[in-house]
Design a binder for this molecule. Structure first.
Ligand code: SF4
Ligand code: SF4
Length: 474
């Protein structure tokens, strides 16, 4: 059917608007690329300043002779790390991908410096295993709770200092070629988190001369995180170091701005990974577990019951304090954990993590199976992994509430609660929108897609509901 004059005019206006919008976007990306090229030789200075600041915040409170000044600096360090650094880094991923990692992070830079002078051995299989950063994240989160990383400067030093030592060691030993970051690609507990969330972000780097074959790993190229840059289709390992960006050349990568969530909505074309799905579920569960033990009376009941049973069995050591590097011992703050507390907190966090992961993965499997029954393309495993990314916004908000609590504690209580509830509602809606678009990628739309979405909606609402008692604590 021929278009009417009005339709022709509208189509013309749309083309003009789209062309000018894409022109504006291109001039923006060009300007940003030029800024990156200008910044690149200056980055070592940025890293050096950040490294000194990092050390001052971590070690400073123990070097100051005046207890009042030491306590002031410890409070500042706590506020900077939990109130500013963690929430802002999480939010920055939505705008500029893992730019924190590539441009600012002192730990990643230090690992890279060590690689430059180190042994440069090939990255071993155990380190390349996709579960390594998940284990690292869970270990650090659980240890953080038992030593009180959000409350005590000694615990902050232990957790961040220990992580820094591991980053230096892995950087020194592994990664062939020039300035590699095996730590950032394979082991950093924050790196995996930022990697998954960078898929939701508005910035990506795309090859100017893409090669077919999908994403590939190479220790021989110029990329510090071992990406074969011309085959890059996913954001998660790219730390936005801009080493591969050369606006004046025909090759390398170019900056592209995109709507938030686009990569997740089209995840089938961006190398979905089952390890990321497990991380989303386990990470959400462990963050929740870390707060529910503080908030639920059932935890106290369980602790009493198990403690009484252990004493009846003659296990008196369970009431003794353990080593201070493993559990909080702060009599001045009226907090001294004994072995019972240690085992209870660890068991509780891991229990909540596993229970939530089991429940969400069953619901996700049900959604993927229903989608198949109702006509979606692809196999069950592919749909299961892809659909699991619907939980990414909820995981992000869970970790923001859980580990970025310092941001909220600086706000008036009623504001903080309203913001937390709004974040949970926004995560639920965003996850639902993403799930709908993911199913559309499997050729399922309309009523059948709505039916297949139900298990995922129940899962996301359940996470929000479980957060409820912990919101006042987080
Ligand atoms: S992966 Fe970890 S250590 Fe590496 S730059 Fe990112 S936050 Fe820093
Ligand atoms: S793809 Fe480019 S910007 Fe991304 S980490 Fe590798 S070299 Fe850096």
């Amino acid at each position: 059917m021929a278009m009417s004059n009005a339709e022709n005019a509208l189509a013309g206006i749309r083309v003009v608007v789209e062309t000018s919008a894409s022109g504006r976007s291109q001039s923006w990306t060009r300007a940003l690329e030029a800024a990156a090229v200008w910044l690149r030789p200056r980055l070592p200075w940025v890293h050096a300043v950040m490294f000194v600041l990092f050390l001052v915040l971590l070690v400073g409170p123990f070097l100051l002779p005046d207890p009042e000044q030491a306590s002031w600096l410890a409070g500042l360090a706590n506020q900077v790390i939990w109130g500013l650094w963690f929430p802002l880094v999480l939010l920055s991923v939505l705008i500029s991908g893992r730019s924190w990692c590539g441009l600012v992070c002192p730990m990643g830079a230090a690992s890279q410096w060590m690689n430059a002078i180190g042994r440069k051995r090939p990255v071993p299989g155990w380190l390349r295993w996709e579960g390594t950063p998940i284990v690292s994240f869970v270990l650090v989160t659980v240890l953080g709770q038992t030593v009180g990383v959000r409350d005590y400067p000694g615990a902050l030093l232990e957790v961040f200092g220990g992580t820094l030592v591991a980053a230096l060691l892995i950087g020194f030993l592994y990664g062939r070629g020039r300035d590699k970051r095996a730590w950032c690609r394979h082991a950093c507990p924050i790196g995996l988190l930022l990697g998954v969330l960078s898929r939701l972000g508005m910035a990506e780097l795309v090859p100017k001369r893409p090669r077919a074959g999908g994403d590939a790993y190479t220790e021989r190229g110029m990329c510090p995180t071992m990406i074969d840059i011309n085959r890059k289709t996913e954001s998660r390992h790219c730390i936005m170091c801009m080493r591969c960006v050369h606006p004046e050349r025909g090759g390398g990568l170019a900056l592209r701005l995109r709507p938030p969530g686009e990569e997740v909505a089209q995840i089938q074309h961006h190398h979905p990974a089952a390890s990321e799905l497990w991380f989303l579920l386990l990470g959400t569960g462990v963050a929740l577990g870390g707060f529910l033990w503080l908030a639920l009376p059932q935890y106290q009941w369980l602790r009493q019951t198990i403690g009484a049973w252990a004493i009846d069995q003659g296990l008196y050591w369970i009431g003794q304090p353990g080593p201070a590097w493993l559990m909080s011992e702060h009599p001045e703050a009226r907090e001294v954990f004994v072995w019972l507390d240690f085992f209870m907190i660890v068991g509780w966090m891991l229990g909540v993590m596993l229970a939530l992961t089991l429940a969400l993965s069953l619901l996700n499997a049900l959604g993927a199976a229903l989608a198949g029954r109702l006509g979606a393309s692809g196999d069950l495993r592919g749909r299961f992994v892809a659909l699991g990314y619907q939980f990414a916004p909820m995981a992000m908000v869970s970790l923001l509430l859980g580990l970025g609590g310092g941001l909220f504690s600086a706000l008036p209580a009623h504001w903080a609660m309203d913001i937390k509830l709004s974040l949970l509602a926004a995560a639920l809606l965003w996850g639902l929108t993403l799930a709908r678009r993911i199913l559309a990628g499997f050729s399922l739309q309309g009523l059948p897609a709505a039916v297949a979405l139900v298990p995922g909606i129940i899962g996301s609402m359940a996470v929000g509901w479980i957060w409820w008692p912990a919101l006042a604590v987080a």
